[in-house]
Ligand binder design. Structure first.
Ligand code: GLV
Ligand code: MG
Length: 310
């Protein structure tokens, strides 16, 4: 290991994250009663310009009045982009009036580390002015060519805890040819999102952040959602958005380590502890060599399983 190390900033269970437009309060109760781990109440792209102010009020009221924490939900609000005049009031009104019920703020279309810095500064001032005791984490959407070009520097920004891959805006920004949001274009011989997700995950893990995969647009195709989620999970993402309630169970399933995997991980840790007691660094389990790197992989699986169980 390098002497320089970035420990995980914040562990949260974020297998599924439901996007809920702030302009549609009828969906709030459904989100509350769902099995989703994480919810972001949206002020950005799912809300039409004329509804922005009302959506902000709806979100503040919902954060204050509904029992999100009691139902085990982690609550986030996606603010508008820093290039809009809604953004400052999103931060000021939501954090001032409902900051105590808020776990994170999701910042869209982050392009440079200073975009995060601005929000961090505003939240710090409001927390102090209001005497808020709870931390409010920051998460950034990487969904522009600029954001991806700077993803390592953004990941190193202070106080971020997760990056999300926003494939829809990323396609728009890059002018990628897209047939379904987050799906595969048959004109490409492989997965055209591989390089982007892979780069973002590496940036996340280098700096101790969670890596979350964004939307999959065709909610009538659970099979294709699962394929997209599995591709992201294989690369190291720990969760994926649900843009429709039917996608929640799919994400929870893909991002929960299967019992057999958890069992094997625990056996790896046990076998290596026994080997260490005999002065050996490596061992064999089920006919395969295992060593300290196997233990680190196994520990990842056990940590996720324990967090889901808690
Ligand atoms: C999410 O915001 C996306 O653009 O995919
Ligand atoms: Mg977007």
């Amino acid at each position: 290991m390098s002497f320089t190390q970035f420990k995980p900033v914040k562990t949260r269970v974020q297998r599924s994250e439901l996007a809920v437009p702030g302009s549609n309060p009828a969906m709030f109760e459904k989100a509350l009663n769902s099995d989703v781990d994480f919810i972001f109440l949206d002020l950005e792209d799912a809300v039409a310009p004329n509804d922005k102010v009302q959506a902000r009020e709806n979100i503040i009221k919902a954060l204050q009045e509904l029992p999100w924490r009691a139902r085990g939900k982690t609550m986030s609000v996606r603010i508008n982009g820093l290039d809009t005049y809604w953004m400052y009031r999103d931060v000021v009104d939501v954090v001032e009036q409902a900051g105590e019920f808020l776990d994170t703020i999701l910042i869209p279309k982050v392009g440079v580390p200073a975009d995060v810095y601005v929000v961090e500064m505003m939240v710090a001032q409001i927390r102090e002015a209001k005497g808020l005791k709870n931390e409010i984490g920051l998460e950034a959407l990487i969904e522009t060519a600029l954001g991806m070009a700077n993803v390592e520097a953004i990941a190193a920004a202070r106080n971020l805890e997760a990056l999300h891959f926003g494939v829809a805006d990323f396609s728009a920004s890059r002018r990628s040819r897209t047939v379904v949001i987050g799906g595969l274009n048959p004109d490409y011989p492989g997965d055209q999102w591989h390089a982007a997700i892979d780069r973002m995950v590496t940036a996340c893990r280098a700096y101790g952040l969670r890596a979350i995969d964004g939307p999959f647009g065709d909610f009538n195709s659970p099979e294709d959602y699962v394929k997209a989620a599995k591709r992201a999970a294989v690369l190291g993402c720990e969760g994926k958005w649900a843009i429709h309630p039917s996608q929640i169970a799919l994400a929870n399933d893909v991002f929960s380590p299967p019992p057999a995997e958890v069992d094997r991980a625990r056996r790896i840790i046990q076998a290596l502890a026994e080997a260490a007691a005999q002065g050996k660094g490596a061992a064999s389990l089920d006919g395969r060599m295992i060593d300290a790197a196997s233990e680190r992989m196994a520990q990842n699986v056990v940590t996720v399983a324990d967090a889901i169980e808690a």
